[in-house]
Ligand binder design. Structure first.
Ligand code: 5GP
Ligand code: MN
Length: 342
């Protein structure tokens, strides 16, 4: 098989980014809020690669929180855990795995008018990306932003050392649930093979990302599975403040339960509601190509991918009921379309 590469359509933007990078001195590299493996991997790989080019890099965790299960990845980097503090100087902001500036949460407010398109790079793989920068490289055919970054960095002539390969493989593995999602392509597997050859520790990453867990995670798993209810093809489950208090778990300790419940055969869509003081954050998964949950999420201000998306509902029960009704309508419409086509 030939070398994995970015599609030719991205060559001009990749070249323009490299040109603009030469002039940059300080580069802010933020995660999105509710940190996942791909956003953290992207920030770590970019920080390491660009500091290797002699740039002053400012990696920032935009909501200040790295989930317990991902802390091992950034032990050597100490990114800034943003809680409102002043930031070191920068003249470029490198967005990776971020659909739009609002996904920086509190950091977006602090950056204010520094978020002008000329100062932004935007590298992503989400269909709902807002293409908010002067230079946008959005490859929706990639399974992870880490997959795009591997191809971009290599295309720029940057040697892929084990220090770069390790977070990049972690990003690919988390976004593909270890190469199981339909977004996984031959190119994804080829990139992963290159990363293993470059020194990324596959066995250690598989264990740390998918098997090792504190007891609190296992207990939370039980409580969340117990809360699941199926209605008209929609499976809903909860992570309440009471569950977190009882199990001692953090809200981020739910990755396993999301993938477990999203496999329930009787459901077309799975929604996990995380209780917050002002409403709910919602994780959405679709079990069928016939239902694009990023569109459902977008109707309520969220976004993501066709089969995995999210949103936040700020409001009370009536708003949540409206969301649930809308989700059921979308499921019913998809079933009618499938039935009509059959
Ligand atoms: P998760 O359910 O794992 O938190 O998120 C699933 C996917 O949807 C991820 O790719 C995530 O980045 C995206 N996502 C989750 N919440 C939001 C949101 O509120 N807005 C947008 N634009 N994307 C989201
Ligand atoms: Mn991603």
């Amino acid at each position: 098989m030939s070398e994995p590469r970015l599609s030719d359509e991205f060559a001009p933007v990749a070249a323009a980014m490299l040109e603009r990078l030469r002039a940059a001195t300080g580069i802010l590299i933020p995660t999105h809020i509710n940190v996942d493996g791909d956003t953290l991997a992207s920030v770590l790989a970019l920080s390491r690669a660009l500091s290797g080019l002699g740039k002053a890099v400012v990696p920032v965790v935009s909501d200040g929180k790295v989930p317990h299960a991902l802390q091992f990845l950034c032990a050597a980097d100490s990114p800034i855990l943003y809680t409102g503090q002043a930031l070191p100087p920068f003249d470029l902001i490198f967005f990776a795995d971020i659909t739009g500036p609002s996904r920086l949460g509190p950091l977006a407010q602090a950056l204010g008018d520094r978020l002008t398109p000329e100062h932004l790079f935007n590298v992503d793989h989400h269909v709902s990306n807002e293409r908010f920068a002067a230079l946008n490289l959005v490859d929706v055919g990639a399974a992870a932003t880490a997959e795009v970054l591997y191809l971009l960095l290599r295309g720029w002539g940057i040697p892929i050392t084990a220090e770069l390969a390790t977070p990049l493989l972690a990003g690919v593995m988390t976004d593909t649930l270890s190469f199981q999602t339909p977004s996984t392509t031959a190119r994804t597997l080829h990139v992963a093979a290159d990363l293993v050859a470059a020194g990324a520790p596959l066995e250690h990453l598989a264990d740390a990302l998918f098997r090792a867990k504190p007891l609190s995670t296992a207990r939370l798993f039980g409580a969340v599975v117990d809360s699941a209810r199926l209605d008209d093809g929609l499976l809903c489950a909860e992570v309440t403040q009471a569950m977190l208090a009882e199990t001692g778990a953090q809200p981020s300790e739910t990755e396993d339960v999301v993938s477990y419940l999203s496999g329930v055969e009787e459901a077309a869509v799975f929604a996990l509601f995380y209780e917050r003081a002002d409403g709910w954050r919602v994780s959405l998964r679709s079990s069928t190509d016939a239902i694009d949950v990023s569109r459902l999420a977008a109707e309520f201000g969220g976004g993501g991918h066709a089969r995995a998306a999210g949103l936040t509902l700020v409001g009370g029960r009536a708003l949540r009921t409206r969301f649930v009704q809308r989700a059921k309508t979308v499921i019913a419409a998809a079933r009618e379309t499938v039935a009509a086509g059959a």
